[in-house]
Design a protein around this ligand. Structure first.
Ligand SMILES: CC(C)(COP(=O)(O)OP(=O)(O)OC[C@H]1O[C@@H](n2cnc3c(N)ncnc32)[C@H](O)[C@@H]1O)[C@@H](O)C(=O)NCCC(=O)NCCS
Ligand SMILES: Nc1ncnc2c1ncn2[C@@H]1O[C@H](COP(=O)(O)OP(=O)(O)OP(=O)(O)O)[C@@H](O)[C@H]1O
Length: 199
């Protein structure tokens, strides 16, 4: 039996940081952000749908998507964000399910679906257990501004496009408190995986 773990959090709460730690336990990770980048590469259906909806202005000189520009449009306009989600999400889900099922078929003990919008998009039925990477809001804001060079307003727009991470923590089967060091988070992950009997 394969345990399917849904890993989530809020923007810059530390999902990617924790997702790398699964490597130490030989547990594979399927990354929704990565798939969302693949499905909008030039030539893909979602790429053309995005140009039809948002215009050629959101392309860079080399015809790839200008993600910063598209982000600054959709994160200040809920309707436009919804339009983008409607284009990108179906293609991401299809690839995610295909990959999840291939791992289940191989009989691995556990597989992780790293999905930022696991709760927002009501995808919890894709997984057996939910794991939330939590940080306090002030730490989240600081790490986001530092990592992406956003102003406070830009960072808050992105944070506000998701359910507050505190609420997600309340809905989760397990929570990693990522306010401390990365090593402290690693130790919490190890304990959770032992409790779930996958290591
Ligand atoms: C708007 C886009 C082009 C901005 O790209 P950018 O490279 O700056 O950010 P990236 O994709 O790496 O996402 C960073 C983080 O932003 C947050 N985020 C991304 N998309 C969304 C969204 N639709 N709603 C809320 N938060 C989001 C997530 O926490 C994600 O981890 C891009 O995020 C996108 O195409 N989003 C729509 C697809 C989507 O929902 N992806 C998330 C997982 S399926
Ligand atoms: N415990 C920690 N201590 C210090 N810095 C951390 C810690 N965890 C994560 N960070 C840093 O905070 C930033 C956000 O972390 P990360 O990129 O893992 O978040 P994320 O949830 O994957 O973000 P996104 O939703 O944008 O994909 C990164 O710069 C990362 O190096």
């Amino acid at each position: 039996m394969t345990l399917v773990i849904g890993l989530t959090g809020s923007i810059a709460s530390g999902k990617s940081t924790v997702s790398l730690m699964f490597d130490d336990f030989q547990i594979p990770v399927i990354d929704a952000d990565k798939l969302a980048r693949e499905v909008v590469e030039p030539g893909e259906k979602a790429y053309f749908d995005i140009i039809n909806t948002f215009g050629e202005d959101i392309l860079r000189d080399d015809k790839t998507l200008d993600r910063k520009k598209l982000g600054s449009i959709v994160f200040q306009d809920k309707e436009k964000l919804q339009q983008l989600n409607n284009i990108v999400h179906p293609a991401v889900r299809e690839r995610m399910i295909q990959q999840r099922d291939a791992y289940i078929e191989q009989g691995v003990p556990a597989v992780v679906l790293d999905i930022p919008l696991l709760f927002e998009s009501k995808l919890t039925h894709y997984v057996d257990k939910t794991l939330v990477v939590y940080v306090d809001e002030d730490v989240q804001l600081k790490r986001l501004m530092e990592r992406d060079g956003f102003t406070e307003e830009e960072a808050k727009n992105r944070i506000n496009a998701q359910i507050p991470v505190k609420e997600k923590a309340n809905m989760a089967d397990a929570v990693i408190d990522n306010n401390g060091t990365k090593f402290a988070s690693f130790q919490q992950l190890e304990q959770i995986l032992r409790r779930w009997q996958v290591i």
